[in-house]
Each structure stands twice: as structure tokens, then as C-alpha cells.
Design a binder for this molecule. Sequence first.
Ligand code: SAH
Ligand code: SF4
Length: 427
Amino acid sequence: MSDTNLMPIPGLIDPVPVPRADVVAGVTPREDGKIDLIGLPRKRIAELFEAAGLDARQAKLRAKQVFHWLYHRGVTDFAEMTDIAKAMRPWLSDRFVVGRPEIVEAQHSTDGTRKWLLRTPDAHDFEMVFIPDADRGTLCVSSQVGCTLNCRFCHTGTMRLVRNLTVGEIVGQVMLARDALGEWPKGVADTKIGTMADLDDDEDEGSYTSDGRLLTNIVMMGMGEPLYNFDNVRDALKLVMDGDGLALSKRRITLSTSGVVPKIAQCGEEIGVNLAVSLHAVTKDIRDEIVPINRKYGIEELLQACADYPGASNARRITFEYVMLKDKNDSDDDARELVRLLKHYKLPAKVNLIPFNPWPGAPYECSTPERVRRFSDIVFEAGISAPVRTPRGRDIDAACGQLKTAAEKKSRAELDRLYEDKQAALG
Ligand code: SAH
Ligand code: SF4
């Protein structure tokens, strides 16, 4: 078998349904036999250097240096690693490479939003989006090609084939964005080595912007369900948070899930990033219809898991995403029930109201602006923040739920069949 790991839909919906594509050696296979170091932890890099002939001490030292060049400086050419002996550099480039996902297309919206269509070595397309704001720049990262789930309003959910992205493909998106934004530190080798302990410091929020960087936040809200690719997402985010590398604070990273309840606690314990939950409905009937994973893990179970989420507090609230669908989930009663539920579970919550982004053949319409405002007011009046998310990058199809390649257009009849298939798989 190649490294391709496609999963037909309907598929299993238990956590981690697809084995890690890179599980054999922790390495993404390449045709030229070289090993791509992106995505590997320092320890693994040291093991590979040792296996290639360095003694253990050398291997450990070189791994530390190379890791710093890779993740802190963004260098992709061993020749530029100036604190490594000149003779050593070709030795490295004969055996290893520092990869990036292939860019198929890069688009720039009139509002500053940027979208990239990327391709895996085995020719699967996925997307990432960068959204600049006045005080922050957010990169929306994909975790899978497609999604095994099939939320009825989501374009990604209509993709038939799914493959987990590898650790390198996930962290590679962040590296690529840094490349495109020209945000790697320049100048002489910077030897300051941070530690993970730095990241545990509650005071560290904001330090990342002090040097004027554009990319300040990451949201796992691109294609795919991150908690169904848990190990790779965790390992990739650990690299993003590593103090000697990209050094992004966990407080600036948000993972969005449609509600994979058994993985939520583990997410808090092992990754520790902010949690966003795609709630979208407050009654069983409606959530069963629009977010079908609800048939497996219901609203009460989900909200209890949120209430128990390690690290959640009033200072670090959980975001509840709520897509506004006309005459489906947008009534005053829905808003009041949302408030009741959030209060009942004593959730440190904020609500993010997302105007539905229509796509060709979508079975819903967006609520009217008046309805969205009224819904927002009801939640606000109950003391819960409920801003309406402004759609960004609509001219380049970069907005929520649009992340899907054009090659996959389907007819309404096909969409209905797919929906029925996935519903049947959920039992
Ligand atoms: N699978 C994860 C993360 C990716 S989806 C999840 O479902 O949470 C990121 C967000 O975009 C989710 O809240 C999702 O419900 C929302 N979304 C998907 N399609 C959308 C659409 N057409 N319009 C508005 N929001 C959408
Ligand atoms: Fe998958 Fe999230 Fe889209 Fe649902 S909303 S189909 S979980 S990507």
C-alpha cells in the first residue's frame, strides 16, 4: 500500500476511524527515498540521524539545531543552517528534506483574506485560509481531506473520500503561511531556546504580537473533524506550541469539534487548547438532522463534556458555534433554550453566531439579518456574549463551510443520496 489512506463514506464514526497515514515509521514516505523532517518531534529526528550513522551525542545535538532552524527560522535548505559544520550540510541534504505542502492555487480576497488550495504528495487537495483583523491574524487549518461526518449545511461534508492529514501536513500549513507572510525571523542564528513551561504561563498571552507578527492565532476549523484525527492533530499542535519552534501559546489556538464527546476530555488534557463546539441546534430533532453525530452523542452528553473540559473557566470560555439557518434553528424559542442549556450546565460560554454560507445545492438558506440580530439580542440580554461572525473572503469562497475543491460539485439528487447513506451509517 502507498501512503494513501482513503476512507469511503459512509464510514465508522467512532473516534480515530482511520489509522495514521504515517504510523509505520512516523515518516511521510517520498519517492526519492529521502525523509521529510517536517512533522517529526526532536527526539525522532535524533533517532533518524543516529540511524543514518551519527553517534548518539552528535545526533542529539544536530537534531536540536535542525529543529530550531526548521521551526523557529523556517529554513528549508540545509545549506543555510550556518551553525552546522559545512561538511555536514550535504550529508544532511543527501538523506533528508524539509518539505512544505504543494500549493496548487493561492487566492487573495479584496478584504485581505487569503486562501490556499494545497495538495498532498498522493494528490489529495485541501485548503487553508488566513483571515487578517485589526488586532490579530487567524490561520484556519485543515485536519482532514474531506470529513467522515455530514453536517447538512457544510460543503466539506459532501466530499465522499476522506484521508487524515499527517502531522507534517498539518504543521506544514502553519509553516507555509509563515513563508507566504514573510514572517520568519531574519539575521544571525538566534540561540534563545524556550521551554514548554513558558507556554504554561498564564501571562504569556499577547507576547506573540509584540513583535508585530501577522499570524497570531490558529483555529482548527478548516476541512475535517480534528478529533477524528486526534493523534496527528495533537502532535502537530505540540510542534506549533513548542517554545523552541513556532512558539504559539495554547491560548491562541482553538480546536473546533462537531461533538466527538469521548475525545473532548483527552483534548483538554493532552493538547490544552481552547475549545469550540459546533452546537448549531438546541433540540434533538433539529440537531439530529443538521449535525448527524448528535444521533450518537446527544446534546446533554456533549454539554456535560464541555462543563468538564479541563482548563475551561470564565477567563477561558468555550465557544459555541451556531450557524443561522432560516426557519430551522433561528426562532426566539431556540435562543431562549440555548440560554437555558448554557446556564443549566453552568458553562463558561460565548456564542458565535455564524450566518450560513450557501453553496450550490445546499438545502438551507441563511436567516434574515433581523432574525440574526434578534437571536443575538436574546442571548446577550441573558448575559452571554453572542457576536455575529462577519463573513470574510466571500469573493474567493474562503468563508466557513466553503472549504471544498471545485472538482467535487454534486447534484442535489447526489447530495440527498449521500445524506441518506451517512444517516444510515449513523444508525
Ligand atoms: N469539523 C469541525 C471543524 C470544521 S467546521 C466542526 O464541525 O466544528 C468549522 C465551522 O464552520 C463549524 O462550526 C461548522 O459548523 C461551520 N460551517 C460549516 N459549513 C458552514 C456553512 N455553510 N456556513 C456557515 N458555517 C459553516
Ligand atoms: Fe465535518 Fe465540521 Fe463540516 Fe460537520 S461541519 S461535516 S464535522 S467539517
